[in-house]
Design a protein around this ligand. Sequence first.
Ligand code: GTP
Ligand code: MG
Length: 264
Amino acid sequence: MLTLFVVGPAGSGKSSLVAAFASWLESYEIPYLTVNLDPAAEYVPYTPDVDVRSYVTAKQVMEEYMLGPNGAIIASVDLMLNFIEELREEISEAASEGYVLFDTPGQMEIFAFRRTGVEVVRGLLGEQGCVLFVIDATLASTPSAFVSQVFLASSIYYRFRVPQFNVFNKVDLLNASELERMLNWVRDSSTLLDELERELAGEERMVARGLLESVKSFLESFSVYFASAKTMQGLDSIYADLQKLYRGGEDYELPAHLRRTIEL
Ligand SMILES: Nc1nc2c(ncn2[C@@H]2O[C@H](COP(=O)(O)OP(=O)(O)OP(=O)(O)O)[C@@H](O)[C@H]2O)c(=O)[nH]1
Ligand SMILES: [Mg+2]
């Protein structure tokens, strides 16, 4: 099994990507499970096969401990740790092969930047797993916003330290020239530096040059995808690279959209 933890800022499209990727896998008859790990979710756009809300919900915690909404979200995410064993059992009873897609809490910082997230990922990762970090592409279309989002992506890597795939989601909302511009920043980070320098002035430019060195090395070491949960574009490239990880690379044959049925 390959476990895939879909992590990202609030509203970036985590749940939608889980739903889209699930239906993409379904259309190729590739086995998968969806797991909701967001105890505060009121609605998710797929039917979770395994759901943390069977064990704990933010609403329940709010009433029981008389907490406000944020306190209840934090407490319910932390309480999730008590049920890792049960979740693991449910998952292994439901599937023995294919993909396990984990949808994670809406407020990423509550999950990723507290001990809980790291322990949950460690507890459920299994033998092969990775993080799919989701960025809202519409919030990354200026050079400085793009750099900030890439920093966020690296900060997530240093929390979980597992293979990480970075997805700029919602590209259907970008026009062709915005998308092309972002693709160029990824292909050649010197274009990003040039444009960043034009956007900034004076002292800010000096800082930007330093920061860009780290962005550059992140972009050179990690895969970046442009995708849309709405139109499903980009999911085939993500799948192709996941297969490399899943199957160990060398003997990997290309992929998905060229053949209807893919054996795992
Ligand atoms: N146009 C477009 N909208 C999208 C896409 N992906 C998600 N959305 C919309 O973005 C909003 C947030 O999507 P969700 O999937 O709920 O995002 P999330 O990260 O799970 O959100 P939280 O769990 O609440 O933090 C919804 O209105 C989605 O319909 C996409 O690829 N394109
Ligand atoms: Mg969600």
